[in-house]
Design a protein around this ligand. Sequence first.
Ligand SMILES: [Zn+2]
Length: 311
Amino acid sequence: MGDPVVLIYDEQCAAYAASGHPERPQRVLSSAARLREQTKISFEWHAPRLAPREAILRAHRLAHHDAVATQKHAFDEDTPSHEGIYHHALRAAGGAMDAMTHATGGKKAFSLLRPPGHHATPERAMGFCYFNSMGIAVLEAVHQKGLRVAVFDFDVHHGNGTEEMLLGCPETLFVSVHQSPCYPGTGLVHHPPNARNYPIRPHTKAKDHRKALLRALEDVHAFQPDLVGVSAGFDAYRLDPLAQASLEVEDYLWIGEQVALLPCPAFAILEGGYSEDLGQLVEAFLLGWSISTGEHMDPQGSNLQPTMKTR
Ligand SMILES: [Zn+2]
């Protein structure tokens, strides 16, 4: 049994749905059930808080905040305006912030909530995403804790919203491995000074996909962050209905092991992943992360010293 993992979850996040939509409640319900049943990983279950308004407004324009709070019509054809979506999006962002806080305390923390966030830009909901939970948590860590933070996004889709939110913020690095061509069509090249993109072709073999992930992780290591936020999407799985990547269950275990080898504490949040096997993939990732003993993991978190001044 490896280190206990803080698992941030609230089944209220399953309380919205659109008929036929792939981003469905069963994603988190079945994943949570599977994690409860398994015995290889020990979890500390925590309920998330709602993200405070000031944290949202650090990442998003006021007009976008207000649109998520009040808009009654769909944001785009993928992104309906559900009853109560404002609270669901605040909860997912709060879960990311809580995971970030647990990580700065030296724990491994994973937020298993929906909606996902990495496509939401400072001013727009899109691609099943309303508030950008990762961007919100990262900017909180930068501005409230004075940390240098890298984002490692392994969702099969480019995290365009997170990239746009962090671009030009010198205390942050965004790195992404994603399929191209694929939604949303961005992330084809690196965007200086602080966004590194590694697009891969559809049907890329898993071993070559791993090579791209390792190149991205080299960038993370070179940045020498105090903290890493992992946008954990599981839709690069071979059987995922929304893309044409080739990763298998064991590849997600391997990704978890790579996260454990990062030079600093990390937190992770659920982004995409639409196959029936999502729970198995999440479990494999968390198992790989929890059983690998990263030398950097100081249980007291005393190795986590701010290196950058708050802007
Ligand atoms: Zn995705």
